[in-house]
Structures are given as C-alpha cells and as structure tokens.
Design a protein around this ligand. Structure first.
Ligand code: TYD
Length: 138
C-alpha cells in the first residue's frame, strides 16, 4: 500500500566546510543494504523505472538535482518530488514505481535490500494490477 511509502529525513551535519549526510542500514532506513545503484545522464523527458519488485525494498535519494517518483499500489497513485540530498523515499516491496522529470545533471542514488535479480521484477502493469488487487481483496 502506498501508505507504507515513507519520506525519510536523514541526518544533516552542518559545517562551514560543507554539509554532510549519511544513512545506516536498519537505523535510518528499515532494511539491510545489499546493493546500491545510481541513475544519471538522463536525457530530458525520459522515464526510468516503470516496474514493481516482488521482494525488494528501496530507498531513493536525489543526491543532485531533482526528479519525481510516481508510486502506485494498484489502487492509489502519488507523485513525490525529490530535490534534496538529506531526505529520500522508502518504497516497500509490491509498489509500482517510476521516475520522471529529471532535471539536467540530476543524480538518483538508490539503496536496495536485495542483490540484482531479474526474477524479482514485475514489469507487466496489468499483471501487477491483477496480483495486487487479488491480494488486497480481503
Ligand atoms: P532496470 O531496473 O530495468 O531499470 P529501468 O526500470 O529504469 O529500465 O535496469 C536496467 C538494466 O540494468 C537491467 O536490465 C539490468 C541492469 N541492472 C543491473 O545489472 N543491476 C542493477 O542493480 C540494476 C538496478 C540494473
């Protein structure tokens, strides 16, 4: 459910030499980190993501620039704009998510709870809707 998606503020260490933020697994984000990846050099107008994960949880930070994350649990949709390096979006498993409106030179940094596996992807939206609405019936 998108109500389980969470905007999380990270620690900010202000310093006249430059600010610093950080995150630790199971402390600032609610999972163990198995993988990090980043998305950059996105041409204007392009969309990334556009899938759900069966088990993977993620935390997405706009380390530079800005972009929107669209989340969808099969019933409700929400658009969240990320544009600061000291907060990010926690997305549990089973949420359809995509990213768009990337600003020039934006950098999306993502930490994930699993190592990469194509088997963990749901890339077919109508199949996602069918499985999710079935599991939310009760
Ligand atoms: P993908 O997650 O499908 O990106 P998008 O949904 O934005 O198109 O990743 C694109 C390709 O990158 C994928 O087919 C395989 C590779 N990839 C990895 O090898 N490891 C990773 O951790 C990720 C995220 C992607």
């Amino acid at each position: 459910q998108i109500s389980n998606v969470q905007l999380i503020n990270l620690p900010k260490v202000f310093d006249e030499r430059g600010n610093l933020s950080f995150l630790e697994a199971n402390k600032h984000i609610p999972f163990e980190i198995k993988r990090s990846y980043w998305i950059y050099d996105v041409p204007g107008g392009e969309q990334r993501g556009g899938h759900a994960y069966i088990t993977t949880e993620e935390f997405i930070v706009a380390l530079s620039g800005s972009f929107d994350v669209l989340i969808d649990d099969g019933r409700n949709k929400q658009r969240i704009s990320l544009n600061r390096s000291y907060y990010g979006l926690y997305i549990p498993k089973g949420i359809w998510r995509s990213m768009e409106n990337f600003s020039t030179n934006s950098l999306a940094f993502i930490v994930a709870s699993t190592v990469y596996s194509e088997h963990d992807y749901q890339r077919d939206y109508s199949q996602f809707l069918m499985l999710n609405n079935a599991s939310q019936e009760s």
